[in-house]
Design a protein around this ligand. Structure first.
Ligand code: ADP
Ligand code: MG
Length: 251
């Protein structure tokens, strides 16, 4: 697979009361076109900070991130983020309007009709075709995250950024959404960078796993995950990979 994103010697610190807090230290990594890359690491190791840098929400102290030939300096439609927060939908808009609105604002699609078609296509992909007119307060957590995923994919980004998107869901809903994400990934061939602190989730989803360490955040190891799909947590090979990642994780 061709590499589409490159992070070169990226460091990032924040000003805090006691001085400077170095959060990311000399990060070097690449992302391959069409892969699911999982970034796993303990809480506070800088996973969200790294994803914000890729999204272009914030810039680095040193180093750079390149998407294709271009350095990332601001947010763009080629990278869209899905967050953990179950309240990332517009509460005053219906499910369908939530997906159509960013298309309209960003002038994607040539007509209202075309935008509706795009929105409906992605809402079908997340199996919400029967809930177009629902407002978010009527949706379960899993349904809200499915709308957020449909809304992000409708933009047709090169990279889908996901920051612990299933972290607030119960285990059954989380399993359903993990399987749904793999189906969607197969259909759309979108590149996914998926942040999680859950080793099992990283092994279930990924083509590659980046294990981060903390204080300051750094990359400890990049692991190829070639386990055949569908993956099963009770398989011996799954456990072996789990142990490898677990032993690298500082808690
Ligand atoms: P993770 O997502 O891996 O849990 P974060 O990227 O959220 O970690 O945070 C990494 C470290 O950076 C933490 O110590 C956090 O407190 C700190 N941090 C994150 N954002 C800011 C900020 N805007 N200002 C100061 N410190 C921050
Ligand atoms: Mg985080």
């Amino acid at each position: 697979m061709k590499e589409i994103l490159e992070i070169n010697n990226l460091s990032k610190s924040f000003e805090i009361e006691s001085g400077k807090l170095l959060v990311l230290d000399g990060i070097n990594m690449t992302v391959k076109n069409g892969e699911i890359l999982c970034i796993v690491g303990p809480s506070g190791c800088g996973k969200s900070t790294l994803l914000s840098q890729i999204a272009g929400f914030d810039g680095p102290d040193t180093g750079y991130i390149k998407l294709g030939k271009n350095k990332i300096s601001k947010p763009g439609l080629n990278r869209v983020m899905v967050f953990q927060d179950l309240n990332q939908l517009f509460p005053w808009k219906t499910v369908l309007e939530n997906v159509v609105f960013p298309l309209k604002v960003n002038k994607i699609g040539n007509s209202k009709h075309e935008r509706l078609e795009i929105a409906q296509r992605y809402l079908s992909m997340v199996k919400l075709e029967d809930f177009y007119n629902y407002y978010s307060h009527k949706l379960s957590g899993g349904m809200k995250q499915r709308v957020a995923i449909a809304r992000a994919l409708a933009i047709n980004p090169e990279i889908l950024l996901m920051d612990e998107p299933f972290g607030s869901l119960d285990i059954q809903t989380r399993t359903n959404l993990q399987n749904m994400l793999i189906d969607i990934w197969r259909k759309t061939k979108v590149t996914v960078i998926f942040v999680t602190h859950d080793i099992q989730e990283a092994i279930l989803l990924s083509n590659r796993i980046i294990v981060m360490g903390k204080s300051p955040g750094n990359i400890k190891k990049v692991i190829n995950n070639e386990l055949p799909r569908p993956r099963n947590i009770i398989d011996g090979e799954f456990s072996m990979l789990y142990k490898e990642v677990y032993n690298l994780m500082e808690v």
